[in-house]
Design a protein around this ligand. Structure first.
Ligand code: ZN
Length: 306
C-alpha cells in the first residue's frame, strides 16, 4: 500500500494528479486483500472491463466499481475533490465550514455541506469502533451553545450549568489520550452513569468533579476534585485533559461552525473526537483512515435533511 505522507495539500495534489490515481488508491484502501464483488460478496474471479475501472464478477455476472456501496456511489464529483475535502477536514483541528470548503475545492456551498456530512458519517462509524476505556479515565460534562455574552462572562468552561438553550454533553478522556463525547438529555445521575457504564471498563480509576450525579458509581474507583473551592489539581486527580477537549470543541463552535444543530450535534462530537484521537498521525494517514472506512456508509440528501 502507498504509505506516503501527504502532509501538505501540495504533496496530496502531487500524489494524486489524476482521477485514475485516486481510483487506484481507493481500491488499495478498500480491498487490501483483493477485489470483492459488491453484489454477491464473492472474491473468486473478475473480468476487468477494458479501459475502465469497472469489474464484472464471474460468479454473479454483475458489474461494479470501487465507488459501489460507498459514500461516493451517487456522487458525480471527481474523487480528487473528495480526497481534498477529506484531507482538509482532518487537517484543520477545529474542522472546516462548508462555505470555506466550497471555495477551496470549487463546489457550491450546498455540495460542500453534503460532502462534509457524508465524511462526518464515516467518522461517526470510526469513532463507534473505539471500544471501552480502562486505566485512568477523566469523566466530565459541559454545555454547548447558549448566548455568546454568557460564554465570555465566565472563565470556567463549564460555568453556567443548566442555562436554557445549551445542549449538555458528557465526555470521557483516558489518560492514554483518547476521548469520547455524547450529547445527553440532561446532566443527571441516570444519563451520566449509563454513558460511563457503556464506555468504561469496571474497576477503572475515574476522576470527576464533585457533581453529585457522579456519586454511586460502585463499579469504579473514583476521586473527585472540588472546583467549587478553587481546587483544580490534586496529585493525579484532575479533569484537565477532557477540559482541553471541551476548549477545542468550543473554539470550533464559536470560531468555525457558529452553530451545531441539535439534530447533528452527535456527528460533530464524533468528528472532533476522531480528529483528536488521531492527532499523532499525519494528515495523510488520517485521510486514508477516513477514505478506507467510507465503504458501507451511505447517507442520502433526503436522510440528512429529514
Ligand atoms: Zn458477484
Amino acid at each position: 500500500m502507498n504509505l506516503k505522507n501527504y502532509d501538505s495539500l501540495y504533496s496530496l495534489m502531487e500524489a494524486f494528479p489524476t482521477e485514475e490515481s485516486c481510483i487506484e488508491h481507493l481500491e488499495k484502501l478498500r480491498w487490501p486483500c483483493g477485489i470483492v464483488c459488491q453484489w454477491c460478496g464473492c472474491s473468486r474471479k473478475f473480468y476487468h472491463i477494458s479501459r475502465s475501472h469497472r469489474y464484472k464478477c464471474a460468479d454473479c455476472g454483475r458489474e461494479f466499481s470501487v465507488r459501489k456501496n460507498t459514500i461516493f456511489e451517487e456522487s458525480r464529483l471527481p474523487l480528487r475533490k473528495w480526497f481534498a475535502a477529506a484531507w482538509l477536514m482532518v487537517s484543520h483541528r477545529k474542522g472546516i465550514p462548508s462555505t470555506q470548503l466550497a471555495r477551496e475545492i470549487g463546489v457550491t456551498q450546498k455540495t460542500a455541506w453534503f460532502m462534509l456530512s457524508r465524511l462526518r458519517a464515516v467518522m461517526e462509524m470510526i469513532d463507534d469502533h473505539g471500544g471501552p476505556m480502562d486505566g485512568e479515565v477523566e469523566a466530565d460534562e459541559t454545555y454547548i451553545g447558549g448566548k455568546e455574552k454568557n460564554k465570555h462572562a465566565n472563565k470556567r468552561l463549564n460555568a453556567g450549568r443548566g442555562t436554557v438553550g445549551k445542549q449538555p454533553v458528557a465526555g470521557l478522556r483516558s489518560r492514554a489520550g483518547k476521548v469520547k463525547a455524547k450529547p445527553v438529555a440532561s446532566v443527571n445521575r441516570r444519563e451520566l452513569h449509563s454513558f460511563i457504564h457503556a464506555n468504561v471498563v469496571p474497576g477503572t480509576q475515574l476522576y470527576t468533579d464533585e457533581a453529585p450525579a457522579y456519586n454511586g458509581l460502585i463499579q469504579y474507583r473514583r476521586e473527585s476534585i472540588n472546583h467549587g473551592v478553587g481546587e483544580y489539581v490534586r496529585g493525579q486527580a484532575h479533569t484537565n485533559g477532557i477540559e482541553s477537549f471541551w476548549a477545542l470543541l468550543k473554539r470550533g463552535y464559536i470560531g468555525v461552525f457558529h452553530h451545531f444543530s441539535w439534530k447533528h450535534l452527535h456527528r460533530y462530537l464524533h468528528e472532533f473526537s476522531v480528529r483528536w484521537n488521531m492527532m499523532h498521525q499525519t494528515s495523510g494517514q488520517r485521510m486514508d483512515a477516513v477514505l478506507g472506512s467510507a465503504a458501507g456508509v451511505r447517507l442520502t440528501y433526503q436522510e440528512l435533511i429529514a
